[in-house]
Design a protein. Structure first.
Length: 152
């Protein structure tokens, strides 16, 4: 129980650090502004309007955002996500890219409001000989909500 409490505290501190660091840079604010307007632009395209020509460069990231999938984390944010996953089971982060992909997909699932997100996380992160329980899935979801997908 102490390990999970300590882990939750470390993840919370890392999340606050990531948020504090990202608000110091002007370029991150521009990226946030771009992210917040991307769904509005795609909404216009869905209603019969035409998408602006400049958006073709960001089509793949726009598709991820429309699916509820957050952009791939980098730097300290990536480290925080991997730490949250590692705290549940250290074997899950041997393939970091696979863990990040699973985390991004789980965020999309959380945004979609699935009926049993803990079971979904347990299934999504059960790979490479690691089998997780729904309780493990609950801890993964907690860590992801503190790091990669706080809006879900």
């Amino acid at each position: 129980m102490r390990i999970r409490t300590t882990t939750a505290a470390v993840v919370a501190i890392l999340a606050v650090t990531v948020v504090g660091c990202s608000s110091d840079k002007g370029s991150d604010s521009e990226a946030d502004a771009t992210r917040s307007t991307a769904p509005a632009a795609s909404g216009a395209a869905d209603s019969g309007g035409t998408a602006p020509a400049a958006s073709s460069a960001a089509d793949s990231s726009g598709a991820d955002e429309n699916a509820g999938m957050p952009p791939e984390p980098t730097g300290a944010e990536r480290d925080a996500v991997l730490a949250a996953i590692h705290d549940v089971n250290g074997e899950l982060t041997h393939d970091e890219d696979k863990a990040i992909d699973a985390a991004r997909n789980q965020c999309a699932s959380l945004e979609g409001g699935g009926t049993n997100p803990d079971h979904s996380a347990a299934q999504r992160f059960s790979y490479d000989g690691v089998t997780l329980t729904d309780e493990d899935g609950s801890h993964i979801n907690f860590g992801l909500r503190k790091t990669l997908c706080p809006d879900s």
